[in-house]
Design a protein. Structure first.
Length: 413
């Protein structure tokens, strides 16, 4: 009888431990997605994803129509998805659970109504707060639980700057307690605010350029940690602690569009934009200096962004020149190939595959190596409105796509 009871107890204990391990493993996969996951476009936590899709595309788990106008991407936490949209000229934050149920819709301010209208920047969720930036210059900090406004600023009023041709677009960068934005003023070109209060920590005149749609990048592995961004006419590197201008390189194009966040690895920074093409910089003196290593003017990517995998960089030509897909050697700038077959667009990467979302509405699963650009599967995004510009997001085996008025979730695991 004792042996039987001991066996039962052992089974119960083992079952408890198994459940606890499953819960622990599940919890360990939870993370927060911001602009392009962590600004790299590489969804490193995603594994076990499908290597091919059915003819009509992966299973559509759910969709929501009614976001209004906009091109903003999605921010995700362990149990909620956040996306912005414009209705009747006003910006709203939509909050969903991960099963597609709309939990809340909150007004945050005016949005951009002049051209290519609607919401633009990705919501940033950090330590119980949500940070939103509107095309009209409203910077808003909300309580993640109550959705009450904690603090709010208008960057054009508070930092003596002006809006740009297609409406302000930048996802704020958070470094510790600092929130970094680029108002683009002569005096307050780039500023650091206390993320909890909105109070100014430092202001940098930079090069005095207007803002240029670029969400900045933090580089923390240098002796002098720095912030890199692109303003209307310059690539700039700023000391993260003070805003001091460390170095700059002229980077001009016809419409002051530099909307891709720089790519950083191996002590090098790759900047790309329309017209100007690619510029590779190499840091020295602990980040306090930089030099140009190579340039590739023909690869001009307007807003589809690039992804570095291994020793190569991948992405589309989405500017005014060749609209093809590139693979380029990271170290030398040598073009390995230029491939057709898809429209220009956005690229992200997860679990050995590229996800390419084109301005024609094609969603393609691509196996790309330095030797070959292989389109494995593709389908059309048919729901939604206007331009196919929002960057897709992957979270725990689900592909989230925003297309204008519609928000969709596809099972890819």
């Amino acid at each position: 009888m004792k042996i039987k009871n001991l066996s039962i107890l052992t089974c119960v204990c083992m079952s408890f431990l198994f459940v606890q391990c499953r819960m622990s493993n599940s919890e360990s996969t939870q993370y927060t997605v911001e602009w392009r996951y962590d600004r790299t476009g590489i969804y490193a936590n995603e594994t076990g994803l499908l290597k091919t899709w059915p003819a009509g595309g992966p299973e559509l788990l759910w969709y929501y129509d009614g976001l209004g106008e906009g091109h903003s991407s999605v921010g995700i936490t362990s149990d909620k998805a956040y996306v912005t949209g414009m209705l009747d000229g006003k910006g709203y934050l939509f909050v969903f659970d991960l099963h597609g149920k709309l939990l809340n819709k909150v007004l945050y301010g005016d949005e951009w109504t002049e051209n290519y209208v609607g919401a633009r920047a990705t919501p940033i969720i950090n330590n119980g707060k949500i940070y939103l930036m509107s095309g009209a210059g409203d910077l808003v900090c909300l309580n993640e639980q109550s959705l009450d406004v904690i603090w709010k600023k208008n960057i054009f009023v508070d930092f003596e700057s002006e809006n740009i041709r297609w409406g302000f677009n930048e996802s704020p960068l958070i470094i510790g307690d600092k929130l970094i934005i680029t108002p683009g003023g002569k005096k307050n070109n780039v500023v650091a605010l206390d993320k909890n209060t909105g109070k100014l920590i430092w202001s940098s005149p930079g090069k005095g350029d207007l803002s240029a749609y670029c969400s900045p990048l933090y580089i923390g592995d240098q002796e002098t940690p720095l912030i890199v961004t692109i303003t209307a006419e310059n690539i700039i590197g700023l000391e993260a602690s003070t805003g001091k201008l460390l170095w700059s390189f002229e980077s001009k194009n016809r419409n002051n569009i530099h909307s891709n966040t720089p790519v950083y690895a191996d002590n090098r920074i790759l900047c790309t934009s329309v017209d100007k093409g690619c510029t590779m910089l190499r840091l020295s003196e602990g980040g306090r200096s930089a030099e140009i290593v190579w340039e590739l003017p023909e690869w001009d990517n307007m807003m589809g962004a690039l992804v570095k995998v291994g020793d190569y960089i991948y992405g589309s030509g989405s500017g005014y020149k060749e609209r093809v897909w590139y693979c380029v050697d990271w170290a030398t700038g040598e073009i390995k190939y230029k491939e057709t077959g898809l429209g220009m667009g956005v690229t992200i990467y997860a679990d050995g595959m590229f996800y390419c979302y084109t301005d024609k509405g094609e969603m393609a699963l691509v196996k790309a190596t330095p030797e070959k650009f292989e389109i494995v599967s593709q389908f059309m995004i048919e729901k939604g409105t206007e331009q196919h510009w929002a960057h897709p997001v992957i979270y725990q085996g689900v592909l989230y796509v925003r297309h204008g008025d519609s928000f969709m979730a596809y099972k890819i695991k």
